[in-house]
Design a protein around this ligand. Structure first.
Ligand SMILES: Nc1ncnc2c1ncn2[C@@H]1O[C@H](COP(=O)(O)OP(=O)(O)OP(=O)(O)O)[C@@H](O)[C@H]1O
Length: 242
């Protein structure tokens, strides 16, 4: 049996007038790097919110590390970075991280390690308010690396980053997974699929595919993730029409 870090069964989420997820099942293996891909509005953030336990759900179960999502015992075992950075513009990078380390009860020695991991060593004493958007989102990411979270849920962490930095971050995610961390990382950039061990393709709250990139390409005959996605969308639409 798979050693699941995340186990979702029959999840139903309704936001306003929209049923975003319905009868949704998913297992994420412990120590894996899973890419959650799909167009804007497909339900990626909603799914991530459910995994970290901040989303009101209308039905089904979400278990993380064997506990219900959002359970108190998961507080320092699961880290979540949203698209909106929750860091202080009037503090330096290091001051922000020291603050979060204190809040989380993480050792102060984690601060410099996390700053190095996101490649912000040369900016450690700069005010966050004076950083670029990409640098700012890396400070957010660094806060999630404090302590030793077993599950990292990252909502579009590479948005606004240049290609070199994006590659570096995906390398970091892969290294963390090799060290046993379970990562769920969303993106609407299909070519990021190449960097994940496993892909989840979402469209309108439906799981279009849950596979490795090579398997997905073989199955669809497409040359890349974007082509595979379009192929699967077309197939799904034909099924609905027939
Ligand atoms: N606060 C909200 N109230 C009502 N509906 C919402 C709310 N937030 C999101 N939705 C709806 O839920 C659906 C899924 O949104 P979600 O943010 O999960 O998508 P996403 O794939 O993460 O998109 P993006 O890449 O743009 O962040 C969309 O139809 C959206 O309009």
């Amino acid at each position: 049996m798979m050693n699941s870090a995340v186990r979702i069964r029959g999840l139903r989420v309704v936001r306003g007038p929209v049923t975003v997820l319905d009868d949704f099942d998913l297992d994420i293996r412990a120590g894996s790097l899973t890419g959650l891909l799909g167009p804007s509005g497909s339900g990626k953030s909603t799914l991530m919110r459910a995994v970290v336990g901040v989303q009101k759900v209308a039905g089904g179960t979400v278990d993380v590390l064997g506990r219900p999502a959002g359970d108190k015992s998961l507080r320092d075992r699961v880290a979540y970075v949203t698209q909106a950075p929750s860091i202080y513009a009037d503090l330096t990078v290091r001051q922000n991280l020291r603050y979060y380390a204190r809040v989380l009860g993480a050792p102060m020695s984690d601060v410099d390690r996390a700053i190095e991991q996101v490649d912000l060593g040369s900016r450690a004493d700069h005010l966050v308010g004076r950083l670029s958007g990409g640098q700012e989102s890396r400070v957010s990411l660094a806060t999630a690396l404090l302590g030793t979270p077993e599950v990292l849920v990252l909502d579009e962490p590479t948005v606004g980053l240049d290609p070199v930095l994006r590659v570096q971050l995906w390398e970091l995610f892969n290294r963390l997974a090799q060290d046993g961390v379970t990562l769920l990382v969303s993106s609407h950039v299909m070519d990021e699929a190449e960097r994940c061990e496993r892909l989840i393709l979402l469209r309108e709250g439906r799981l279009l595919a849950d596979d490795t990139l090579p398997a997905l390409l073989a199955r669809t005959g497409a040359a890349d993730a974007e082509g595979a996605f379009l192929e699967l969308v077309e197939k799904a639409e034909q099924e609905v029409a027939s």
